[in-house]
Design a protein around this ligand. Structure first.
Ligand code: PGA
Length: 245
């Protein structure tokens, strides 16, 4: 039985005081049925990590160990403040910062070397969905992003399926569409890594998941939780989502 996982992706939202209050409020929550991880702005990670609240993750890293990379954050810097989770390949990074599968693969390898738990994001744009290229598109993201990732490394991975057209749009795929993609991702992992390992990997859904649709989405076979953007900025909404299992 896979333990559920819920991530709160705050993106570039919340000024310091609001972020601190929200993190403190959310940290009063506990759930025996799922892991809850907060991904705030990197600015706040260091201070929040000293509060001993919910586990924390970063939204991005640079793939190099260290050096002259103005504005970037390294995997070892995250480890040094007890931040153990990391989003890689979010579609906003892929689109706005032109991150391709090769760069994402470098980040994946750096995260593995630093023993971070990776939430590997994938998902197709609307054109691919409309032309029925969505499975091939996601397959390529997985294949190239996970290049040279072995069985031991993959154990520490969570895959987030986030169709780009569903992120922040209020549009959610049908249950059948989510089920098809999650089943397809698990089958692909099984082909590459074997059924036992593929069966243990959590595959979560992201894209306009909120307190009204979470229960239904989380009931779909092969959906092991969610990556929540907008709805994670509100304590009441997020709590309802966490209690949707
Ligand atoms: P959303 O974002 O819940 O606001 O659609 C999800 C995400 O980008 O991870």
């Amino acid at each position: 039985m896979r333990k559920k996982f819920i991530g709160a992706n705050w993106k570039m939202n919340l000024a310091y005081q609001d972020a601190k209050e929200l993190y403190t409020a959310l940290s009063c929550m506990s759930s025996s049925s799922c892991d809850i991880v907060i991904f705030p702005s990197a600015l706040y990670l260091s201070e929040f990590s000293q509060q001993k609240g919910l586990p924390l993750g970063a939204q991005d890293i640079h793939f190099e160990v260290d050096g002259a990379f103005t504005g970037s954050i390294s995997a070892s810097q995250l480890k040094s403040i007890s931040c153990h989770y990391l989003l890689i390949g979010h579609s906003e990074r892929r689109q706005q910062f032109h991150e391709g599968n090769d760069l994402i693969n470098l980040k994946v390898k750096r995260a593995i070397a630093s023993e971070l738990t990776v939430i590997f994001c994938c998902g197709e744009p609307l054109e691919e969905r409309n032309s029925l290229g969505h499975l091939d598109f996601v397959l390529k993201q997985l294949k190239e992003g996970l290049k040279e990732v072995n069985e031991t490394d993959l154990q520490n991975f969570i895959i987030a399926y986030e169709p780009i057209w569903a992120i922040g749009s209020g549009v959610v795929p049908s249950n059948q569409e989510i089920q098809e993609m999650h089943g397809f991702i698990r089958k692909s992992l099984s082909d590459w890594y074997g059924a036992a390992l593929a069966d243990s990997i959590r595959i979560i859904y992201g894209g306009s998941c909120n307190e009204s649709n979470a229960f239904e989405i989380f009931s779909i076979p092969n959906v092991d939780g969610g990556l929540i953007g907008g709805a994670s900025l509100n304590v009441v909404s997020f709590e309802k989502i966490v209690n949707s299992f």
